[in-house]
Write a protein that binds this ligand. Structure first.
Ligand SMILES: [Zn+2]
Length: 405
């Protein structure tokens, strides 16, 4: 049995946070209204009611136009698509309606853009995270205190709303009765797809699938060449040309990265993976010294695309600490600089040999397994999906036959 409740929680915003929250809901409204306009006027005279289609058309533009995180941009687009959908059904029933417009100060948060605690929430804003305490009635039997203090009620998502000078969280909460819990995803066996990012191969999956960077590197070099020759002219006209070359090229890169992201999702779906694990992108420039700014840009874009596309398939994209993932042997764990030589990996201890990026992708998956184990949450077992079979946290290899059994 599942119970759903909405808890309306008044927020105690820290000094100076008001402006950040206000700007965040403004930009969220901009996303929703831009998407509403586009979806309502549609494609060849048809209203657009597909989230995927709207995201494809508007995501990059809105990311450029706002300071919002990928997740909030996506939520803004989706909110508009939902509204356009109901508008379209009203039209179908012969009722009068017009293009949805969003004027209320409100934004939609899920567990990626907000971290819900029992006494406060951390919200993603245009200026980074903002932490707000809850202002709750003392009586523990009165909503919202009743639900917020009950650990059995889980936060699903929330609307942040501004009303009469105060901020409120309209949180959707859910309680699942024990007998159903076993069928919930929390206790489901997890299988992860590890992904290594790099300059020779944009991505390598732990299943052994490679996405070479040839095409990307070719475009990048062409772009640098054209930019250099334009720069020699030195005129104002040349400067404008450089910018238009840049925009054209980044458009081509984006299309290419969407394709790679789609194929990564495909790989995860085909292999029954619940998680796609990447290395932490915060310090990627230090971890991959050969990476140019275009590579770094591409890695971040790729991760964002995977993150939002994965959601549709109930797959989660995560980042883990990348330390030693390229020097560590994915078979015996021995870690040494000499293990890796360019694209080849040879373990100095056990002799395991493989492509260095493939070895790294397995380590990235294993890193997530270790993190889960160290968290000691007694959670479900986790395996890394390999090209044949899986690898578990004790380093045991399970061949495909017994996986199917
Ligand atoms: Zn080894």
């Amino acid at each position: 049995m599942e119970y759903r409740r909405t808890a309306v929680i008044k927020l105690d915003t820290p000094e100076g946070a008001d402006a950040s929250l206000q700007e965040t809901v403004e930009q969220f409204k901009h996303c929703a209204n831009t998407a509403s306009e586009w979806c309502w006027h549609g494609d060849d005279g048809y209203h657009v009611t597909s989230k995927a289609k709207a995201e494809r058309a508007l995501y990059d533009q809105l990311r450029d136009e706002t300071d919002l995180t990928a997740n909030l941009v996506q939520k803004g687009i989706r909110r508009a698509v939902e509204a356009v959908k109901s508008g379209v059904s009203r039209l179908e029933r012969g009722e009068n309606t017009s293009q949805p417009h969003f004027s209320a100060d409100s934004a939609v948060y899920d567990k990626r853009s907000a971290t819900f605690h029992r006494d406060h929430v951390s919200l993603s804003t245009v200026d980074g995270r903002v932490e707000c305490d809850y202002i709750l009635p003392d009586d523990s039997e009165t909503p919202p205190t009743k639900y917020v203090s009950d650990e059995d009620f889980e936060f699903r998502m929330a609307h942040l709303q501004y009303h009469d000078g105060d901020w409120y969280l309209h949180a959707s909460m859910r309680k699942v009765e024990a007998d159903e819990e076993s069928s919930e995803s929390e206790s489901k066996h997890r299988t992860v797809l590890g992904v290594d990012l790099g300059v020779n191969n944009l991505a390598v999956a732990s299943t052994g699938r490679f996405w070479p960077a040839d095409e990307f590197n070719h475009w990048r070099q062409e772009y640098e060449k054209r930019r250099a020759s334009l720069q020699q002219c030195g005129s104002r006209h040349a400067h404008e040309n450089i910018e238009s070359v840049g925009q054209k090229e980044s458009g081509r890169f984006e299309i290419h990265l969407h394709t790679v992201a789609n194929e990564l999702i495909e790989e995860a779906v085909e292999n029954d993976c619940s998680h796609i694990v990447f290395e932490d992108l915060t310090h990627i420039r230090e971890n991959i010294p050969e990476a140019t700014w275009q590579h770094v840009w591409a890695f971040r874009r790729l991760y964002e695309y995977v993150e939002y596309k994965a959601e549709e398939h109930k797959i989660e994209a995560i980042q883990v600490d990348p330390r030693n993932t390229s020097k560590r042997c994915s078979t015996c764990g021995f870690t040494h600089d000499d293990n890796r030589n360019g694209e080849s990996f040879e373990c100095q201890q056990c002799g395991y040999e493989n492509h260095a990026d493939y070895n790294a992708s397995k380590n990235i998956g294993l890193q997530y397994l270790r993190r889960r184990q160290n968290a000691g949450d007694g959670g479900a077992p986790v395996d890394v999906r390999l090209n044949r079979g899986t690898l578990n946290v004790s380093g045991e290899y399970v061949p495909p036959a017994s996986v199917e059994a």
